[in-house]
Design a protein around this ligand. Structure first.
Ligand code: ADP
Length: 267
């Protein structure tokens, strides 16, 4: 924190014999955490209120005889309301995922999970999206074992979020690669796309909740702005490391290091 963001707490106590105890406490961390909490509540409320306002607006319009009586208009408005309600549903699901992962942060998962089959499962589940954008997904396994100590559901979510981002922000028709490498007691998984890339100024903030480079574009593609925040919290819970590297105009690589189970031989 820079000096401008520092918050000092000054306490003065009078001791016996007229002595004064003056205590300066640096409250910057607590202040920053509190600010993040307040910003998060404000952002979440805003993100939920916007689709809700649209739905309520169309309810009003449909109550009005003219629009409500026209079957074509009715169908169109109901379609919009359906889309907005689904957007709220995705956002609420992501918010609940985040709070669940955070609540478990002191309990690192221990199940042996093989990441390669998880990527295959996600590839099958994302088949339609990949085909729609003409992307292929290649798995490049150079690791002696892709088994990590983990939580199957959360690792599936992590891999899905990274692949969906590679599709959304990648180039149409370009390949996406998921590669695995040995990194001593960890497995390194890297998801690489050949897309628009990210300007370096944004990189440090990408995993903040609701941070987006282009909010309109993210929303138009059904993004909640929580995908990478969820990824970060899953990595933290697994006691792993996350590193996002990008070259504007060339593409992005997201590196995730995850610990192997204790029984796995170290390479
Ligand atoms: P969103 O729902 O907006 O995709 P994320 O938390 O997943 O939210 O990502 C945050 C932002 O990071 C995105 O809005 C986008 O600007 C940027 N981003 C994420 N992944 C990529 C990528 N592979 N290539 C370029 N930009 C990306």
């Amino acid at each position: 924190l820079g000096e401008a963001e520092r918050r000092w707490l000054l306490t003065v106590a009078t001791l016996p014999e007229g002595l004064r105890l003056v205590r300066f406490a640096d409250r910057s961390e607590a202040h920053a955490a509190e600010k993040m909490r307040v910003d998060f509540v404000a952002n979440a409320s805003h993100e939920l209120r916007t689709p809700l306002a649209t739905i309520l607006g169309f309810v009003e319009t449909l109550r009005d005889d003219a629009a409500g009586g026209d079957p074509e208009l009715r169908a169109r408005f109901l379609g919009i309301m359906d889309g907005e309600a689904k957007r709220m549903q995705v956002l609420i699901d992501d918010l609940m995922s985040l709070s669940r992962i955070e609540a478990e942060r002191f309990r690192p998962p221990t199940d042996p999970i093989d990441l390669c089959p998880v990527v295959e499962e996600v590839r099958a589940a994302c088949d339609a999206v990949l085909a729609e954008r003409g992307n292929s997904l290649k798995i490049d396994n150079r690791s002696h074992s892709t088994v990590v100590a983990g939580d199957h559901g959360q690792l599936t979510q992590l891999i899905r979020n990274l692949i969906v981002n590679a599709v959304k922000y990648g180039q149409e028709g370009a390949p996406i690669t998921v590669s695995f490498e040995d990194a001593r007691e960890m497995v390194r998984m890297t998801v690489t796309d050949r897309g628009e890339g990210i300007d370096p100024v944004h990189l440090p903030r990408l995993t903040e909740r609701f941070y987006r480079v282009n909010a309109g574009r993210s929303r138009a593609q059904g993004g909640t702005g929580l995908g990478l925040a969820i990824v970060k919290h899953i990595v933290w819970r697994h006691r792993g490391r996350l590193d996002i590297r990008s070259t504007p105009g060339a593409g992005t690589s997201v590196h995730v290091l995850l610990p192997r189970p204790p029984a796995e031989p170290v390479s």
